[in-house]
Design a protein around this ligand. Sequence first.
Ligand code: AMP
Length: 562
Amino acid sequence: MPHETPLIALLAGGLVAAFLLGALAHRFKLSPLVGYLVAGMLVGPYTPGFVADASMASELAEIGVVLLMFGVGLHFSIDDLRAVRKIAFPYALAPIAFATLLGWGLGHGVLGWTNWQGVVYGLALSVASTVVLLKALEENRLVDSERGKSAIGWLIVEDIIVILVLVLLPVLSRSLGKGEGEFDLGAVIKSLLFTLGKLAVFITVIVVVGRRLIPALLRRVAGTGSRELFTLGVLAIALGMAFGAAELFGVSIALGAFFAGMLLNESELSHKAAADSLPMRDAFSVLFFVSIGMLFNPNIVVEQPLLVLATFFIITIGKPAAAFLILKLANRSNTTAFTIAASISQIGEFSFILAGLAVGLKILPPEARDLVLAAALLSIIANPLAFKLLTNWQRREKVAQAADKSASKSVVEENDEDTGPALPQTGHTLLVGYGRVGRQLAELLRERNVPLSVIDNDPDLVQQARNDGLAATRGNAASANRMAELFPEAATHALVAIPNAFEAGEIIARLRKSNPAMIILARAHSDAESRHLISQGADGAVLAERELAYSMAEMVLAAPKQ
Ligand code: AMP
């Protein structure tokens, strides 16, 4: 029997379960998302044992959606949005229409629902989840690529359509409640125009006022020198704008957060803001997946397996196929078309909200919500597979292209569009981190013609390395796959120039394992760190602060005061 649990129990239970199962999923080479979803099922009301409060979980998950969308906005500028509009705006509508048609076919044709119910069911299947998409783009390092941005833009168009549907649904249901003959078209059109008007006012206010106000405000806060105030400022802007947008303009919370992030992107402070909101963002986005898992009632899969499967195929095959076709008809590249298709082959938060509202308004039977949830869960689990297929396809394409121009033997990165110089495969020096230390090191070594391979997890720094003429890749060096791309087994040296000694230790241990002969040097900030790095296999660790002191002392001694 489910009972009320306090918030802290939900946070602790949900996050501990998500951590354990996320780690387990990683161990089995599955996406950690699967682990989070299963963790949600375990702490949810449909499995025995600990039961957390599902409604509270979905409220917390909303914070996750806000922070995530805020983060996406930080990577987007107003110019990006204009560029994306070209690819997303007219085309995103067709797959939505097609998925709605298929959903209607299933609801009306197979289940005997009314036309209207079928259409609402189809609409619930036609909006992809931004949260799931972002995780996928992040894992595949596509967030900053052109097609990654197109996929995000595509989902923003979908978001706007869902907002309209969510606003219109109650009006429509009232009109239809009066009986088919008395359908009040006037009321529907009025509320549609009203919503569009509010959206336009919202965007104008944001662009005109927010563009000046927010960066100025943050600059002021940064000037106070208080980190705490700055982080708080960022959070206040993200949550405040998101919530304000939802309350005042009827815009979705996620869309409000996206615009808040986008405005910050216009100023030089965006980086700091992004970094400051990161840890919270990750924790809350995990809660989003946990909360979906909690809502899931596994019985539906046993009772209605065929319906679940049919719904699943509409999401994973029907809609992506329509998107692919329309993009091909519009003369877009296969890569873009495949990326968008893979990106939208899942559904999530918006579908739950829409299905929940429709069930609340008694438009859809509760069974429809269970079907949407089950198919959504399966589509989220299957989504990494879609991206895997995309990567494999790209790899084959690259090989085919390389065979065409067999002159070049270089290995080209698969996922970034602007790949820069090819990564050297043998006799090179690995440079982990292109921050303050890494950049200096690179400059000194390059002057002496040492072949370098750079890895950094900050996309801007990777771009900078490429602009500096270096071979560079983006990723966390602590990930085995990322590191393997740099051919550590054939490198002569590795320079680990990152500040976190725990991470550096793991990286060093892995490097040492793959290449016992390589010389590994690391950066440390205390004697304890330096001992740790050496125990993990480093040949030497340079204590940054001590070197600094030596240099300063040398300067004093070299130029004694007269
Ligand atoms: P700095 O402290 O200014 O030398 O910057 C350190 C750099 O290392 C930053 O640019 C980080 O993005 C990068 N970095 C830190 N940890 C990792 C990691 N595990 N993998 C790749 N790059 C990292």
